[in-house]
Design a protein around this ligand. Structure first.
Ligand code: GDP
Length: 455
């Protein structure tokens, strides 16, 4: 396919969604039967688009191309992690023990690995005494290197100490990184950006997914446990994954959302599939830190079309999971979510973002396979999402943003009602604008060759 074709196909899907969000946002001012008719047409159009993708003859290309790009990346990371001479290799040292949950810690290690990749250094991961497994990373996942695991070297310094040419460089957590290099997520590598942007609608998430995939290679005994969990659930297509984050997160970092709010989107997904497939078994995999959510779903969605799955026994809050061997539980939940065709969750949770990143590596162009009830995708401690205005926007009320074509907008969030909020970097004003009038743009970084320390 041409680049223009792929871009247009994805744009069509994005804008159809925005059209629907706009209608939904105005549901109260539309009569019920009109609303239902619009919804029906919307579902039909989305199903045509899905069908079109299946029928256009390019799906094998998409699969081959994403697999090939993954292979390139996995090879590069593997080569970097296994230098010919560990004694002479340049290294970055990263301690996993950031004081936070599993998703957060993995994102912390991903950041370290991005620094390692960008600076052509081998990542040394320090994990003894890890809060999720005292014996360390290697008890659960494959070591990040087969040949080079010690942090020894002839010279050593901390990132930011001014001396970046030492053999061993120790990294802080991302929030304390000074100077901040230009390659932190969300960016994409310029050497494969052309191929990647053609084949993937969310190349920045695919990119993070590559590091996650390398890191989370299981030890055989972990794989056995994961396979066991998989065999108990039927995650065959179509299955929607739902992640409901409750316990310590609610009221501190995110709002409470009732199960029903998630399930509306699950129903929407199946309704679109059913437009062209006919009735399907509505399989739903539910993961949560609160076991009651799984019981509630099983109690509520009882019709024969529903198949509600989820393991109450692995649902644990972060504080409990750290103390009582909760690592395997969260690994199972994350990987089963990633196996699903689609996820409905809150992107404020690192657990769901992690699952979505892994999902990107399991399908050809898995962009758009999510509904988030709150945030857009982001990378904590990285740079935020930037959009470029495609159309002029004249404010219709005081809270709206004026846009000229080409304006860059720092996005604060999508309100999922047709409007997004952001800062116009030209005028420095903050306000709302119709989401369809702007598109994501990604910083392309020429790594690993950048001379970042001179910037
Ligand atoms: P966040 O707080 O949701 O952004 O994500 P973190 O990963 O930083 O912390 C959440 C922690 O809560 C996880 O690491 C798990 O220990 C636990 N948790 C959250 N959601 C789930 C879930 O769906 N299943 C299981 N088993 N544990 C979860």
């Amino acid at each position: 396919p041409t680049y223009a074709y792929e871009k247009m196909r994805r744009q069509l899907e994005l804008d159809m969604k925005e059209l629907w969000f706009t209608v939904r946002g105005h549901a109260t001012s539309i009569g019920t039967s009109d609303f239902e008719q619009i919804q029906d047409i919307y579902r039909l159009l989305r199903s045509y688009l899905l069908k079109l993708r299946q029928e256009d003859g390019y799906e094998t290309y998409r699969e081959r191309e994403t697999q090939e790009l993954s292979k390139i990346m996995q090879n590069r990371i593997n080569t970097l992690q296994n230098p010919p001479d560990c004694e002479k290799a340049k290294k970055v040292v990263c301690s996993i023990n950031k004081g936070c949950g599993f998703g957060c810690q993995i994102h912390h290690v991903v950041y370290c690995m991005v620094v390692a990749y960008a600076t052509s250094r081998t990542l040394i991961l320090e994990s003894k005494g890890w809060r999720y497994n005292r014996q360390g990373w290697d008890k659960v996942f494959l070591p990040v290197s087969d040949t080079c695991t010690n942090a020894l070297g002839s010279s050593r310094a901390d990132w930011g100490s001014g001396n970046h040419d030492v053999q061993v460089l120790t990294l802080p957590i991302v929030d304390f990184m000074k100077p901040r290099p230009p390659f932190l997520p969300i960016t994409i590598p310029s050497d494969i950006a052309g191929r990647l942007e053609k084949v993937h609608g969310e190349p920045h998430i695919w990119w993070v997914g590559q590091f996650v995939t390398y890191l989370l290679r299981m030890q055989p005994q972990t794989q056995v446990l994961l396979d066991e969990a998989k065999s108990k659930m039927d995650i065959s297509s179509p299955t929607v994954g739902v992640h409901v984050r409750r316990t310590d997160k609610v009221g501190t970092e995110a709002s409470f959302h009732p199960l029903k709010e998630y399930m509306v989107h699950v129903e929407e997904y199946f309704a679109i599939r059913e437009k062209y497939e006919g009735p399907v078994q509505r399989r739903v995999f539910i993961a949560s830190d609160d076991p009651n959510v799984i019981s509630e779903a099983s109690r509520t969605y009882t019709g024969s079309q529903w198949q509600i799955m989820g393991d109450r026994t692995v649902a644990q809050s972060a504080s409990v999971a750290q103390r009582y061997n909760g690592l395997i539980g969260i690994i199972k939940d994350v990987f089963l979510l990633a196996e699903c065709d689609y996820v409905v969750c809150t992107f404020s949770s690192q657990v769901c973002r992690l699952a979505y990143e892994i999902m990107q590596t399991k399908h050809a162009d898995a962009s758009g396979r999510f509904v988030s009830l709150d945030d857009i995708y982001y990378y904590g401690g990285g740079s935020g999402t930037i959009q470029k205005a495609q159309f002029v926007h004249k404010p219709r009320s005081s809270g709206e943003l004026e846009l000229e074509v080409g304006d860059k907008i720092g996005v604060a969030g999508n309100h999922w009602n047709g409007m997004s909020k952001g800062t116009n970097q030209r005028t420095n004003k903050v306000g709302l604008y119709p989401s369809y009038k702007a598109r994501n743009v990604f910083a392309k970084v020429n790594f690993p060759r950048d001379k970042w320390w001179t910037q």
